[in-house]
Ligand binder design. Sequence first.
Ligand code: NCD
Ligand code: ZN
Length: 355
Amino acid sequence: MLKLPGLIDPHVHLREPGAIHKEDWDSGTAAALAGGVTLILAMPNTNPPIFDAETLDLALDAARAKAHCDYAQFLGAGPAVRATHAPPLPVAGLKMYLDSTFGELRLDDMTLWQQHFRTWPRNLPIVAHSESRSMAAVILMAAIYDRPVHIAHISLKEEVLLIKAAKERGIQVTCEVSPHHLFLTKDDIPSISQGYPGRGEVRPRLATREDVEALWANLDVIDCFATDHAPHTLAEKTGANPPPGFPGLETLLPLLLTASDDGRLTVDQIIEKSMINPRKIFNLPEQPETWVEVDEWARYEIRAAEMHSRCGWTPFDGWQVRGRVRRVVLRGQEACLDGKVLAPPGFGQNVCQGG
Ligand code: NCD
Ligand code: ZN
């Protein structure tokens, strides 16, 4: 039996408020615990988006009532810069969408980026969804305003090399990678699609083998693993106008442990990138008496039907993996046992109290 600390996933989409048929604070945090994740940071591209004190309450009220695991909520950077920055809100940080993706929070006007970089409290992180050239621009902005920036879900060789060079220059940049960008390439899209191209849609898009190899070769540049758990139902993924996004909370750990079994990753790297570094980057408190027990020898097949997520599918369906979460203990409470979530709704706590 392998004992790991509770994992932290700094990039999760829960869809509440607004689209709870995809996921809500109940199903999403149950999926987290089943995957060995005891703390999630929730993204703000809900409907309405979370971008001020009033919309924040919508998310936090739902979380307080329903969350099975611990959590914090990001605020989305919108045009209403002052509203977001006025009171000390109990949030994980500010999320800036600088490239097009699911939701309405895209910031095209670069003067807004500047205002956010100037005024967002220095003790709270800024996370940027930025790809390729906009990533270069936002890293430059971090350097100009002399404050840290965390880059969400990197996927390209040019991106990991850019971040490596920026770190070598002393720029305060950190980054995360999602399992689907480590374990899938664009060549996998036909088999994920099963005749429905929308199933293979995700932002950033799946990249080339060369890109994926560059991520693995530069794993030391990558600070965190983050699922970018982005649940959309199978009906939506196979229908007209399929939204981009893959679920990931329940496949993260078995994929990483299988890679560790294959000698591509060490368990220490899993702990570093799924707990130690996210805690540091996002100033998260320790979760006392919290751990995950894993049967590291168990081999099994990933099956969408066994998942807690409401979305009903996974791009890894049918994969043979090694390492099964047996038991999760969260703050002294047995929170999950053999796939059964035991921590009641409302057990989860907001780890960011503001101030
Ligand atoms: C995310 C979503 O569905 O909310 N989709 C995605 O493809 N990653 C949005 C995002 O993280 O950019
Ligand atoms: Zn995301």
